[in-house]
Design a protein around this ligand. Structure first.
Ligand SMILES: Cc1ncc(COP(=O)(O)O)c(C=O)c1O
Length: 381
């Protein structure tokens, strides 16, 4: 059996090696490492794929969120509502810009932001909501957009984990996540569904004014060369990464299908184990399975019991991850916001029970059979 990895970018690369190597060699020969032709090509191709008027490539998914918030002219002290149960990048940029992160609860089944919780947190200082499409599943965007409209708030979708996911509206109309709010952001971190061979990110909007402004912000606020109208930053997608991503974008739907197949395998294998809750698929979302995350319930202390599975699997050379062991409101960096004692029963409950299994496009039946057998063995102990 091939060694099992959490993410196997090497095997995936080998399948498209000839194309990638040619594209990389072309960039090397052109020496246009910054803003070369591939960057523009990729931006156009991705805008078309996702269905957004503007796609602004940038250096990573964290910058993408920061640039989005800078473009909205949010001021120090403005409140931004976001889930506590997310990767730190979402909430960190809020604090970095001297805004106030306000932590919302998530739904226990979808792991995504809970609209009822958002509504309760709105104050006159609230300016924006940042839903996260966690693990590849869409947040309930219809409800979030309705709340935003009612209270005149901006919505920035953190789509780092769900590129390619379709949101299915009540009338059955579909839109890709990242194109529903005022701005959408994503990451091309190598393990992401559309992963570069280094860092990368992008920002989406249909709004011309915001689109132009965000493009300027990524380039030192420049309107024309050496004329800097607003404070920006330096956040570019390398030409090399754009050239690679341009190739991988053609396979994104195939990659998503492969991930969903793995998820189907896990679902079927664990269906009868009462101590496991398998990944829920919300009817409004086409889950793209950035992660396959189980909820594990057992033992006197659920946290220890879940950690025990993590350790048991590691002993059998099966990696598994705890995304995320500490929720945002309990992170030391946010201590001064006095949020650690905030009541977050669902978030705290999930934090002690979630465990993510290997999920990528290259898992074969032999590996999946081994993983599922070992997981089930843990519950027989
Ligand atoms: C939900 C979420 N938001 C933001 C980011 C930040 O992306 P990056 O690592 O490219 O800065 C990530 C990924 O790492 C993420 O998972």
């Amino acid at each position: 059996m091939r060694p099992i990895q959490m993410v196997d970018t090497r095997s995936q690369y080998h399948k498209i090696k000839a194309q990638v190597d040619t594209a990389v060699a072309e960039v090397m020969e052109s020496s246009a490492f910054i803003n070369g032709k591939a960057v523009q090509d990729f931006s156009e191709n991705l805008a078309e794929y996702i269905g957004s008027k503007h796609c602004i490539p940038c250096a990573n998914g964290t910058d993408a969120l920061q640039i989005a918030m800078m473009a909205l002219d949010l001021r120090p002290g403005d409140e931004v509502i976001t889930p506590s149960f997310t990767y730190i990048a979402t909430t960190e940029v809020i604090a970095l810009l001297r805004l106030t992160p306000v932590f919302a609860e998530v739904d226990a089944k979808t792991f995504c932001i809970d609209p009822a919780s958002v509504e309760k947190l709105i104050t006159p200082k609230t300016k924006a909501i940042v839903p996260v499409h966690l693990y590849g599943q869409a947040a309930p965007m219809e409800e979030i957009m309705a709340i935003a409209k009612k209270h005149d708030l901006y919505v920035i979708e953190d789509n780092a984990q769900a590129i390619g996911c379709d949101y299915i509206f009540s009338g059955n109309k579909k839109k890709k996540t990242g194109t529903i709010g005022h701005i959408g952001t994503t990451s091309f971190y190598p393990s992401k569904n559309l992963g570069a061979f280094g860092d990368g990110g992008a920002i989406f909007t249909d709004d011309d004014e915001l689109g132009n402004k965000m493009k300027m912000i990524t380039n030192h606020g420049q309107s024309k060369r050496y004329y800097h109208d607003i404070v920006g930053c330096n956040s570019r997608l390398d030409t090399l990464q754009a050239a690679i991503l341009n190739i991988k974008l053609k396979y994104l739907d195939e990659y998503i299908a492969a991930r969903r197949k793995v998820a189907d395998y896990y679902d079927a294998a664990f269906a009868n184990e009462k101590k496991i809750t398998t990944a829920f698929r919300a009817p409004y979302s086409y889950h793209v399975f950035h992660q396959y995350t189980l909820l594990v319930e057992g033992g006197e202390n659920p946290n220890d019991y879940r950690n025990g599975l993590n350790e048991f699997l590691a002993k059998h050379d099966i990696p598994s991850m705890l995304y995320y062991p500490v929720p945002g409101h309990k992170q030391k960096m946010f201590e001064h916001f006095n949020v650690s004692s905030q009541s977050m029963p669902v978030t705290d409950w999930l934090t002690e029970r979630v465990i993510s299994l290997p999920m990528h496009t290259e898992l074969d039946e032999e590996q999946l059979s081994f993983i599922t057998t070992k997981v089930l063995e843990y519950f027989k102990k």
